[in-house]
Design a protein around this ligand. Structure first.
Ligand code: ASP
Length: 305
């Protein structure tokens, strides 16, 4: 029997200010629409998550692709991972500075490399050799982010980091999908955290931390303060609990409780199994998400949506 596809995306978990709510909701809805077009015409879960993430990388609202946060040196440094739940093949890039759509490079690695993860110039060289045009780092920088970094650095000495402050935003993007063949996939893409040290890698592009997919367990994408998420290998932690027979809806909530209780972490997760059961949870004031199934479509941004 053909399986009903499902697509779920997020656009970062943090204290999204009121005047940015609409842009976040539009962004995740556009992403889900693009990914759903793929799934609906019989495309794979892998194609759908790639497409959905590309839309959000191209949207300057999010901390992914152009418009990402700047690192301490004023540069954009991007990380992304994509993973196929059917084969467990994955492709990841870290600390790339000249790719508009790091998830496209990650997909090329998944499909065409015997390696799984490339960083920095090596990742860019691989992408260029596989037909992806490199850009300049300046092409990824927008004035809003130059100003945000300037503000942050000007007040860095007197500021205690407040993880919910609008300046400490976590606008990473991610998607999980189930296709008609019953395969699941996940992708996550990020510019990381504001004012990060050059070379810092967060959870987003690390297998099992910010992204994971296995048909036998679940597909997950996380967002939030990366270091605590990495310590708990949170995406894999959640997928394993689904495999043990727990409902994704409950596991998502449990994962975020665990993140807070164990390492004082803040963030969000989207989770989907190969039966189409899903979960959405975050302990930040807001996380933009959007969902499409054959029977329902929805989106939300607050904890009670
Ligand atoms: N998790 C990302 C990181 O720490 C940030 C985010 O989710 O926005 O790099």
């Amino acid at each position: 029997m053909p399986i009903d596809p499902v697509l779920l995306v997020h656009g970062g978990a943090w204290a999204i200010p009121d005047d940015m709510v609409e842009a976040h909701l539009n962004g995740v809805r556009n992403a889900v629409a693009a990914g759903w077009r793929m799934l609906n015409r019989g495309g794979s879960a892998l194609d759908a998550v790639e497409e959905a993430v590309v839309i959000m990388e191209d949207d300057e609202t999010f901390d992914a692709g152009r418009g990402s946060f700047l690192n301490r040196d004023g540069k954009v440094q991007l990380d992304a991972l994509i993973m196929d739940g059917a084969t467990l093949r994955a492709g990841g890039v870290g600390c790339v500075e000249r790719l508009r759509n790091p998830v496209r490079a990650a997909r090329k690695i998944l499909s065409e490399s015997s390696h799984l993860y490339f960083v920095a110039e090596g990742a860019e060289r691989f992408a260029a050799q596989h037909g992806i045009r490199l850009c300049k780092n300046e092409d990824l920088i927008i004035s809003r982010e130059v100003e945000r970094l300037r503000e942050f650095q000007a007040h860095a000495a007197e500021q205690k980091p407040d993880l919910f402050a609008p300046t400490i935003s976590h606008d990473t993007v991610g998607a999980v999908a189930l296709d008609r063949d019953g395969n699941i996939a996940a992708a996550t893409s990020t510019g990381g955290t504001l004012n990060k040290a050059p070379g810092r890698l967060g959870d987003s592009s690390l297998i099992g931390c910010g992204c994971f997919a296995d048909n036998k367990t679940a597909a997950a994408s996380t967002t939030g303060w990366g270091e605590p998420i990495m310590k708990l290998v949170l995406a894999k932690w959640a997928a394993d609990r689904v495999a043990a027979g727990n409902l994704p809806e409950w596991v998502a909530a449990e994962a975020i409780n665990y993140l807070h209780a164990r390492v004082n972490g803040h963030g969000g997760i989207i989770l989907l199994d190969s039966r189409g059961r899903f979960g959405i949870a975050h302990n930040t004031p807001r996380m933009a998400w959007a969902l499409q199934t054959v029977k329902e479509e929805g989106s939300g941004i607050s904890r009670n949506d």
